[in-house]
Design a protein around this ligand. Structure first.
Ligand code: ARG
Length: 263
């Protein structure tokens, strides 16, 4: 995770980011610290990458890479403003002992590449390209399922879908998602692959409910996503509400702030 010391909305690269929006930095810092504390209280290890002045979106650590079985596929950002983030994260990964493979095509890490059971689900349409899906499949040797995103409010796959089960679950795991964020064909693919999926409403998706992190039991979820929380509870998961409302102003939530290191 990366501290939001320099977090702000200085440019608009998704529909959530608006010129007239003011970020309360002190509140953002407190919300972010609360997310770290909550992860630690649930037994998760958290490490941090130093923030860099002039990179206000660097707090969205999920976009920097996808790590599966200790292999790191780095990032190659669509927006020019975010491109320097890749090298900052790479420095951290190298110091931590990982090699980083550079994608040649636009690729925004876990923002668009989501391990779910035996697959990596991969979004395209706004940021990460189909060519990057292909690179990810070659690099990880895991079947990559391409999904087409069609609603600009859900410009990254991780704003419209998250994996509910532990990715190590041999049964393949399941997901929660908002179907209308996807093209008709992609919706059909998801329904075939994940018949037990939790299907969320637009309200829950707009509340960043699908930008959640699950350890297979606890689901760290936006408290505003009340319908989704009720569904998760009913399915036997333990919803853990964590409010990141300041980050919603930049189009991000819990998952965006969290890079998962799958060693
Ligand atoms: N302002 C950032 C952008 O538009 C938000 C990134 C959110 N991250 C995510 N994993 N969805 O790039």
């Amino acid at each position: 995770m990366c501290e939001p010391r320099y977090f702000d909305v200085h440019y608009a690269i998704n529909p959530w980011m608006r010129d007239d929006v003011r970020v309360d930095t002190a509140l953002a810092l407190a919300q972010w610290q609360n997310l770290i504390d909550t992860y630690r209280a649930h037994g998760h290890t958290v490490e941090t990458v130093p923030p860099v002045p002039g990179l206000p979106d660097m707090v969205f650590a999920a976009n920097s890479a996808l790590v599966v079985a200790g292999r790191v596929l780095g990032s190659n950002f669509h927006a020019e403003q975010r491109r320097p983030e890749s090298a900052e994260y790479e420095t951290w990964f190298k110091a931590a002992g990982y090699d980083v493979h550079h994608p040649a095509s636009v690729c925004e890490g876990e923002g668009d590449l989501v391990p779910a059971g035996r697959y990596v689900l991969a979004g395209s349409g706004f940021r990460t390209t189909r060519a990057a899906h292909d690179e990810a499949q070659e690099f990880f040797g895991v079947p990559v399922i391409g999904l087409r995103l069609v609603d600009p409010y859900f410009y990254h796959l991780d704003t419209a879908l998250f994996a509910l089960d532990d990715p190590d679950d041999p049964d393949g795991g399941t997901i929660a998602y908002y179907p209308q964020a996807f093209s008709a064909g992609s919706r059909e693919v998801l329904a075939r692959l994940f018949p037990r999926a939790v299907v969320a409403t637009r309200d829950d998706a707009m509340a960043f409910g699908l930008n959640s992190v699950s350890d297979g039991r606890h689901v760290f979820v936006a408290p505003q996503a009340t319908g989704l929380i009720a569904q998760l509870d009913h399915r036997g998961y333990v919803p853990v509400p964590v409010d990141l409302s300041e980050f919603h102003k930049a189009g991000g939530g819990i998952k965006c702030c969290t890079q998962e290191i799958r060693s």
